[in-house]
Design a binder for this molecule. Sequence first.
Ligand code: SF4
Ligand code: SF4
Length: 174
Amino acid sequence: MDGNNATIEPACRRRCPDRWCCSSRYLVQAPVWDEEINRIARYTGRSDFHERHGDESVLRVRADGYCVFFDKENRACAIYAVRPFDCGMYPFDFYTAGGDKRWLLWDCAYSRQMDDIFIEQSLSRFESRHRHALHRIWNYENESIDLTRPVGFRVLRPMRVAGPSGDAGEFGDP
Ligand code: SF4
Ligand code: SF4
């Protein structure tokens, strides 16, 4: 089911020596949907991990800028099995350029190991299996992608997400 992270094949590792992407020093706080909040609350027994930013909820960060669920000692996500969809896409992300939504791939030790075939398989998998979730994140503000940030990325091909009725190209370039 889209948005159910148990079905997101790990694009990203539970433990990662970098894990810069869990810090608000580099990225905005991770958006989290209501059903994800409920699932994380059941998993952790906590209710103090999210806050509102405008129209959306996000995971809180600690004083050091890291997500409340970042396990510093193990360099791991403490809620990996139920992390928000937005986290589950990493190191893939998307970027709006001239009204065109394009996939991008953040630079990290893991993404550097990916060849073009693996990248295309990953994008196709997201587009086919998680299209409803991709629709939900479609309008996220992408000024969060600050080109001056110290972490680089590669801009990939346009997103191809079928519309709710299954019409290809409604949201992306066919
Ligand atoms: S939920 Fe996990 S993967 Fe997402 S920002 Fe927090 S620690 Fe990182
Ligand atoms: S996106 Fe890269 S840096 Fe971030 S946790 Fe995943 S593998 Fe590590």
